[in-house]
Design a protein around this ligand. Sequence first.
Ligand code: NAP
Length: 461
Amino acid sequence: MSELGSSQRPLRAAIIGSGPSGFYAAEALLKADIAVEIDMFDRLPTPFGLVRGGVAPDHPKIKNVTRVFEKIATRDNFQFFGNVTLGRDISIDELRNFHDAVIISCGAETDRRLNIPGEDLPGSHTATEFVGWYNGHPDFRDRAFDLSQEVAVVIGQGNVAMDVTRILAKSVDELRHTDMAEHALDALAESQVREIHLVGRRGPVQAAFTHPEIKEIGELKVCDVVLDPADLALNEASQTELDHPDNAHSRKNMKELRAFAERGLSGKPKRYHIHFYRSPVELKGAGRLEGVVLERNELAGEPFAQKARGVGDLEELSCGLLFRSVGYRGLPLPGLPFDEQRGVVPNDHGRAIDQGVAVPGLYVSGWIKRGPSGVIGTNKPDSQDTVKALLEDVGRLAPCPTPSSGALRDLLASRNVRTVSFEDWARIDAAEIELGKLKGKPREKFTRVEDMLAVLEAAPR
Ligand code: NAP
């Protein structure tokens, strides 16, 4: 039998998930010194994961990375299987009949919880729901947010919180020519939200947002920034963190924040309040959200390991809308080991580990490997690290019995799964761009799977 990775018998890899970590894994495999065949799977008919469903519509340049991914997807030895749900349409064990190695790059599909009373009151949502909704993700398309409220609070100070608050703080005219889904633009056009509160449990030096994001807040056209200078006070450990030579990003953030604290109101119609050192301890309301109780914190611990500790002072902030933006969390996949505490698949350089032992031929990359951190580009070295491990293992992998993408497609067809190829996606893409042109938008996204598939039925292959 020919060696795995030879031109007679290319290494066959399945990649689950078509976001950045999946595509960077594909890129690293395609650059390897062996012959490969890649099948990439996504449960949606559309590729690109959070680049399509997560990146803010008013940050279009970040989405240009899809051009790199498109080049990868049009290689002869790459096949896209959109509209295929792992665990429902096909199991990992079945996939292994057709592939010598499986790389799971499915991201972190749920949210961390606050675990406080009232968390699930109507009016309290995860940031993920709102982001998915305005980005036209089919899972969130039918969510409703009460934008008739004047006060919205966002808990957490990462870049997702920055996206959510910025979208609330802009006028709809600033968003109309983005690829934001039409249903969201219609709802935001009626928004009564005037006061937006960004609440962080630690201090300005520990804030998780990056400098371009906080700078943008100071440039909002219809929204003033409000920041109490007292919230910028630093204890000794925070001052040490700020002065550290490797902490230039915090110094840049601090400069923006100090300027906000000095700047007065200029009479813009909306206000963006930034709060530090406060944790939510309860969401209150009779039947629906009416307010959040915040406890003041102090920081304790060594520099760069400081934790927020409540000091007992409570204050209530009235609000009818609240978004919890405290990080994503990975979900267990059927048939895979899972670390419940960290929300990741236990792994060693991307080799999935079950009870201390590497599972032959099973790998992970991206957020399901390292947790939900970093920007799109962080996934490139992460996926390269996984593929390096896979390539080291090639000589030890058991060749799969049916090394054929065609046979796999036939199996899925026999189960009535309408797989979406990359050529199919190109037609959905073209239809979205065409619809967008009519409205002066880069695209008008289809927000329902059936509408995406209808494009393919309208003009069959
Ligand atoms: P994140 O950066 O990890 O931020 C989570 C925030 O939630 C932090 O401020 C954290 O505070 C806070 N938090 C966690 N648990 C909390 C609790 N129990 N109570 C109160 N606050 C709590 O997560 P993210 O914003 O979801 O972003 C995920 C990743 O995507 C990040 O790496 C982010 O940079 C990236 N992203 C990038 C962009 C961009 O480049 N424009 C856009 C969106 C997302 P502590 O620091 O105290 O834990």
